[in-house]
Design a protein around this ligand. Sequence first.
Ligand SMILES: [Zn+2]
Length: 294
Amino acid sequence: MIHRLAEKIWIVEGGKNGRYPFAHSLYVADGGGILVDAGSDPAEIERLRSREGIGAVVMTHYHEDHFTYLSRLPDAEVWSSIADAPAIESLETLLAWYGVLGNEWEGFYRNLFVRKFPFAPRKVARRIADGEELRFGKTRAIAVVAPGHTPGHLCLHFPDDGILFLADYDLTAFGPWYGDAPCGIGEFRRSALRLAGIAADRYVASHEGPVHRGPIAEKMRAYLSVIDRREAALREYLREPRTRAEIIARRLIYGPGRDGPWFDYGEWALHSKHLEAMIARGEAALHDGAYILT
Ligand SMILES: [Zn+2]
């Protein structure tokens, strides 16, 4: 379904209310037609392409739930932030930045990306820097590069329309994702607070919601507090020494009953960021293959 936020800025709602594996897209009906992310709804995207035109797809970042239908738009240019472009252009970089190259999850993710989503490398025609002004016809957007979710996660601020597209700083109850190899908790927090400080009437997230009326400072604080709850649960679990396999199997983040490599990977990707930070602060240590509080 398409929902008009402003005369020329539309939301293309993703399946399952934008829950994974879907993500809402934006469409700018100006400047030749700009789709922001391609993981929402294949029928609506095809209708937009044939009736309105899609000259370019702006990728907020390289995650699979945002590129799902990109391969169906071979004639559109692909734009992204400078920092995220390498993972849009190469499957090997994509896998490396997920942190799965060479470990037990490589085969699963290679197959998932190539067959299910399906990833096709795209040349990034325009690389966008933080603060850059993008003009789509008469519609103006300012690029806000918000590292932490991915190294160059791109948000779009439409100052004349009072809209900020937060993409995957998504304010969901699940909480933040900062598990990619080049990312970390500190950057995520800084970016999230910066986004909450940008004044807008409406903030649009890629998942659930999708429209949050501003101000969102309180919602962002609650969203970031999930990070603290995860760390508290991990600390509690590390009162006794725990191996990597035990931490993964405990399902502190996703909860019981969520089996399989997708959840194994997610647990470790997130916990490893907490462990890294705790070890750096001298609060935890790794001895004989087991993590423990110091
Ligand atoms: Zn994402």
